[in-house]
Ligand binder design. Structure first.
Ligand code: ZN
Length: 218
């Protein structure tokens, strides 16, 4: 689904109800909401991207604090990194929705994911501790692109290995959020039943009562 709709950038305070993807990599895609009707992009600045990353616990607090200080000193470089992160976000939306509709993702989306994923791998190191080899973030991994590369790293390591028939896009109006359906029955259709589920139900109710009214007309 390629959006030709105008995307409005708006400030947003992230709340618990915004986090429904099942993994931060999918929640990152959902920082644009309403892609099907009136798309709004909630990442209005690099500091907002940091707020989001803190909210979903994407990276350790000390890393986010350092990035915040750095962004304050180098706002232009931070803005470029935000723009790069958004290009990745759109590629991930395309990738996810194509998988949902059983189509192959575009080569360019896969190439971009790979590029950020490799950067994400390079931001990690292997340590030995407690009798095992552990994967951890390098102490010097403090690049502005670290958020995007961590999202890509998670997408490849945490999301893509999941059963892809459980990947969903919300059926609610003006939403288009993507998520992993981890319900037992596997019949989750909405990001949140109380938001999009009820909106769809009341739409169906109004459609039915309209039908009834027109049927009753002489
Ligand atoms: Zn929804």
């Amino acid at each position: 689904m390629k959006s030709i709709l105008q995307v409005r950038i708006e400030p947003h305070q992230f709340r618990k109800r915004d986090i429904i993807g099942g993994d931060p990599a999918l929640d990152f895609v959902n920082t644009v909401t309403g892609r099907d009707q009136s798309p709004r992009d909630w990442l209005d600045s690099y500091p907002r991207l940091l707020e989001w990353a803190a909210f979903v616990h994407l990276l350790p607090k000390r890393v986010l604090r350092t990035l915040a200080k750095k962004a304050h000193k180098e706002p232009a470089a931070a803005a470029i990194a935000l723009a790069r992160a958004k290009v990745l976000r759109e590629a991930l939306f395309e990738l996810v929705t194509r998988i949902i509709s059983r189509r192959a993702p575009s080569k360019s989306a896969l190439a971009l994911l790979r590029e950020h994923w490799i950067t994400g791998i390079k931001a990690h190191e292997l340590r030995f501790g407690d009798g095992r080899v552990l994967v951890g973030l390098r102490d010097d991994a403090l690049d502005f692109d670290l958020i995007a590369s961590t999202v890509a790293y998670r997408m490849v390591h945490q999301v893509l290995p999941l059963p892809m028939d459980r990947l969903r896009i919300c059926q609610g109006p003006n939403c288009s959020w993507v998520f992993i359906d981890s319900s037992k029955a596997g019949r989750r259709r909405w990001c949140d039943m109380t938001v999009c589920g009820n909106a769809a139900k009341s739409r169906r109710f109004h459609a039915r009562s309209r039908q009834r009214r027109s049927a009753q007309r002489p």
